[in-house]
Ligand binder design. Structure first.
Ligand SMILES: Nc1ncnc2c1ncn2[C@@H]1O[C@H](COP(=O)(O)OP(=O)(O)O)[C@@H](O)[C@H]1O
Ligand SMILES: [Mg+2]
Length: 388
């Protein structure tokens, strides 16, 4: 067979540089293809999910300014699939004349939980009672508990995800265990909020301030890790409206660009409290791929390029997503895929990652006429996939 080389390939509509090549970048790449966008990802491994999906790979580290500059030079705009990149390097990219979206000042609030608490608290948003602790102040937990009571949530301000970096200290009796916990680094102590439901709101925002907002998502965590998501959240319309307005006003306040995910606690008293921000596509919005008129990944690209945004409307009454987290014993997800798809309402998304316990390997989303049915179908598919 003769292989005919095409003289030309279509020029991309734009080149977007993404710091990180994980599953969020992979799903962004899927959206990029349809828009004619070339996605370049900065990541350490050529086996990373986004590279497997056809994104151009720039081998490097987000901790190296030269690597970030190389990405910026070949891109129209630089954006992110995670938060772990030194903020001062992002400012250097901007000083060198590159477009970074979201801007470093907005990104910082997603990178540093202490800064987020301080800035949002000062701006009048309701945040948990908190205190920032310097290294070595080992009596800080006791002092905080004397004012705000037990338990005390001890958080690493940066670098944590999936509950890593969050520790609950139940009472004075547990303090011996935490000896050395505060010895080095900065810490954030906060009250344990009496949570009824956890919510997330995804806002897509263009540089000029135009926004679209997805229906509020209910997020179900176990051990600090998000396992399940229901869209729209099973909360009264008044709560959903309040959560939506809150998220938009935070996005405006910090001048976010791209997707901003606002994690909220709905307390047992019906109050909304701001938890954390993610300034990038977010796990809570995965159902938008199968259930919304425009996915969060597509709208992230459109927003950071300052293109018109797509409608965030749900095309079905309800959707639920279950994350496929590596169980303690190895499983063979691809082998079970066919069985999970017996239910025609189920959509499977595997990330092509090798198995490790607790690792996010993929997700399933089920579409239904009601939230409970969608969740039941997604759970059943996830159980089939995870069966040994
Ligand atoms: N102040 C708090 N009160 C009660 N639960 C909390 C508090 N902070 C965190 N949590 C629980 O821990 C989970 C993870 O905390 P979060 O700060 O969102 O860290 P991560 O970056 O790992 O997602 C939250 O989704 C929530 O279930
Ligand atoms: Mg969180």
């Amino acid at each position: 067979m003769t292989v005919v080389a095409e003289a030309t390939t279509a020029a991309p509509t734009a080149v977007v540089g993404m710091v990180g090549g994980g599953q969020l970048a992979q799903m962004t790449q899927q959206a990029a293809i349809a828009l004619g966008i070339e996605l370049h990802v900065l990541s350490s491994r050529a086996s990373d999910p986004a590279v497997q999906a056809g994104a151009r790979h720039l081998a490097g580290s987000p901790d190296h300014l030269d690597d970030l500059l190389a990405l910026a030079k070949e891109s129209d705009v630089v954006t992110f699939d995670h938060e772990n990149v030194p903020n001062e390097y992002l400012r250097k990219l901007v000083e060198a004349g590159h477009l970074v979206r979201p801007a470093p000042s907005a990104k910082l609030l997603a990178q540093d939980k202490s800064v987020a608490r301080r800035v949002l608290g000062e701006a009048g948003f309701v945040v948990p009672n908190f205190v920032e602790v310097a290294a070595g102040d080992s009596a800080a937990i006791k002092r905080f508990a004397a004012v705000h009571g037990w338990p005390v949530m001890v958080k690493a301000p940066s670098g944590g995800y999936d509950g890593r970096g969050v520790r609950e200290v139940a009472g004075a009796g547990d303090l011996a265990d935490t000896d050395g916990l505060l010895a080095s680094g900065r810490w954030l102590l906060e009250e344990k909020v009496a949570i009824a439901t956890e919510l997330a709101v995804l806002v897509a925002r263009r540089p000029g301030g135009e926004t679209v907002v997805y229906p509020v998502v209910e997020t179900i965590q176990r051990g600090g890790i998000c396992h399940e998501l229901v869209m729209p959240a099973r909360v009264p319309a008044s709560v959903a409206d309040e959560a939506t307005a809150l998220a938009v006003s935070i996005a405006d306040r910090i001048d976010a660009t791209g997707i901003l995910a606002v994690e909220l606690f709905l307390t047992v008293h019906g109050e909304l409290v701001v938890n954390e921000l993610a300034a990038r596509p977010h796990n809570s919005g995965h159902a938008t791929i199968d259930a919304a008129a425009t996915s969060q990944f597509e709208n992230h690209l459109r927003a950071v390029l300052d293109w018109p945004l797509g409608a965030p409307t749900l095309l079905v009454p309800a959707a639920a997503t279950v994350n496929l987290l590596g169980p303690p014993v190895p499983i063979d997800l691809p082998r079970r895929a066919r069985a999970a798809l017996e239910d025609p309402t189920v959509h499977l998304h595997l990330y092509g990652k090798s198995y490790a316990p607790g690792r996010k390997l993929g997700h399933v989303t089920a579409l239904a006429d009601g939230a409970d049915d969608a969740l039941a179908a997604a759970r059943a598919a996830a159980a089939t996939l995870s069966a040994s």
